[in-house]
Design a protein around this ligand. Structure first.
Ligand SMILES: Nc1ncnc2c1ncn2[C@@H]1O[C@H](COP(=O)(O)OP(=O)(O)OP(=O)(O)O)[C@@H](O)[C@H]1O
Ligand SMILES: [Mg+2]
Length: 462
């Protein structure tokens, strides 16, 4: 490349550290990098309190195909999908920074709060209306992604964010869609990756039996797992953590856990199970009779969810073993569960004070990060650890731990506003999206939605 051009381009390029302040404001560490709370240095017309999340991607450099995919992700626009606002490529150290809106809460921390209340013998369940609103918005966001042929591939509570006080209070934002493919280079065998903890708890049975491709149905299974976890405050398919180093998708203990809750699948319920690559191993390793007493109604009844309730019916349609019979996000959005009172609300907290603590800052030095990873490795054998916890060491500034909910008139309006717009927003036919990978000119988000006007009819030229 022409030297002159290169230096001119470098001089023009905006640097993340010139535009944003985030020193000492690390809020999280995940599989792919570090997340910082950030605000603009010169904020122009923007409110001084507007915060962003800056994600520094682990490793150096980025492939051309990842670059292209990031550009595609930037086109996605839906109220329940976190928007990727900008990408900074820092040439001197070959780092990649992604800029998102900041979400004060996520389902991992929310569920952790409720689990802790149980452990303290003062159990407080996630309110039932809140569960319904959360599930509805998760499905709405996923329906949008699926309609645009974007598969999430890594749905789990830590990737479901919820906005704190502000104009989008209590709104779900799905995060990290497509990251599992973007940053796990397809050219690099799984066995070569750094040994970080990945959770298998939300992984669909067909993946554990060697299915070779990710599908929409795999995301739906994960949503079923998250729904069950919201209802019970327990990860439904909790299993001892494993290392990503295993390049084999077959995971005996995770399958055992699924069968212990659901029962062993009958061939008449899941005909194609025989065609799964690991079917032979399954038949060798497992005996149906060991699971004859297990079934989902029994498990949920133990957690006080009645088998004749609307929530149970929807749950069982999401957690259907045969992926071809599993419900789609569109169908799920039209389920009777969402029509029954109380109907879902935009603000999942329904204008009530938010009891969950705000995000805390982590120490930012590299040693700490290494010990995080080391901790995570140790925790792989700790069966009671709750997955993402293993990756984090939190430093608590006391002033940051209490929430300060401000209830505005608008919040009260929102609570009363019982989602006319929500009903029907998922009812759009998917038939026009019949090409694999990113489809062309797809008409996204429900045309009947009255709530999110201005974000309808997005054109995606992928
Ligand atoms: N936009 C955001 N606003 C606020 N916090 C965020 C945002 N995105 C991520 N976080 C938080 O930062 C932490 C780390 O996130 P990150 O996505 O890196 O890891 P993870 O979700 O635990 O795992 P994975 O990397 O597999 O998605 C989590 O607590 C997450 O909720
Ligand atoms: Mg994440």
């Amino acid at each position: 490349m022409d030297f002159d051009f290169k230096s001119k381009a470098a001089a023009k390029r905006q640097k993340v550290e010139d535009e944003f302040e985030f020193d000492g404001m690390k809020v999280g560490r995940g599989t792919y990098g570090h997340v910082y709370k950030a605000k603009r240095k010169k904020n122009g017309d923007e409110k001084p309190t507007k915060y962003y999340a800056l994600k520094l991607i682990e490793g150096t450099g980025i492939s051309m195909s990842a670059c292209r995919e990031i550009e595609l992700l930037r086109e996605l626009k839906h109220p329940n999908v976190i928007s990727l606002k900008r990408v900074f490529l820092s040439h001197s150290d070959r780092k990649v920074w992604l800029l998102f809106d900041f979400a004060e809460h996520d389902l991992w921390h929310i569920i952790k709060y409720h689990r802790a209340s149980k452990a303290n013998k003062k159990p407080v369940q996630v309110p039932r209306t809140m569960v319904k609103s959360l599930l509805f918005q998760i499905l709405d966001g996923i329906q949008y992604l699926h309609a645009n042929w974007v598969l999430h591939r890594d749905l789990k509570p830590a990737n479901i964010l919820v906005m704190g006080d502000g104009p989008e209070r209590g709104r779900v934002k799905i995060a990290d869609m497509g990251f599992a493919r973007l940053f796990n280079s397809p050219l690099k065998p799984l066995a070569d990756l750094d040994p970080v903890v990945v959770t298998f708890w939300y992984r669909a049975p067909e993946l554990l039996l060697g299915a070779r491709h990710y599908t929409k149905a795999i995301d739906i299974w994960a949503i079923g797992c998250i729904f069950a976890e919201l209802l019970t405050s327990e990860p439904i398919f909790h299993c001892r953590q494993e290392d990503i180093k295993t390049s084999n998708p077959y995971h005996h203990d995770q399958l055992d856990r699924i069968f212990s809750v659901m029962g062993f699948p009958h061939e008449k319920e899941w005909e194609d199970i025989r065609k799964m690559p690991e079917y032979g191993t399954l038949m060798k390793d497992f005996r149906r009779s060991n699971y004859s007493n297990a079934n989902l109604p029994k498990y949920m009844e133990k957690h006080k969810i009645k088998a004749d309730s609307k929530e149970f019916h929807l749950l069982s349609k999401l957690l259907t073993m045969d992926p071809t019979k599993r419900i789609t996000s569109e169908q799920a959005l039209e389920d009777n569960y969402f029509l029954e009172e109380p109907v879902p609300t935009h603000d999942v907290f329904a204008a009530m004070p938010i009891p969950y603590p705000k995000r805390e800052f982590l120490t930012d030095d590299e040693n700490d990060d290494k010990s995080d990873t080391a901790k995570a490795r140790q925790n792989t054998s700790n069966s009671s650890s709750h997955a993402p916890n293993a990756k984090r060491v939190r430093v608590v500034p006391p002033s940051n731990t209490s929430s300060n909910p401000i209830m505005t008139q608008q919040d009260y309006q929102q609570q009363k506003h019982v989602l006319q717009g929500y009903q029907g927003s998922g009812g759009q036919s998917n038939s026009q999206q019949n090409t694999l990978s990113y489809s062309t000119g797809s008409n996204v988000h429900g045309t009947s939605s009255t709530v999110y006007s201005g974000q309808q009819q997005q054109q995606h030229r992928y």
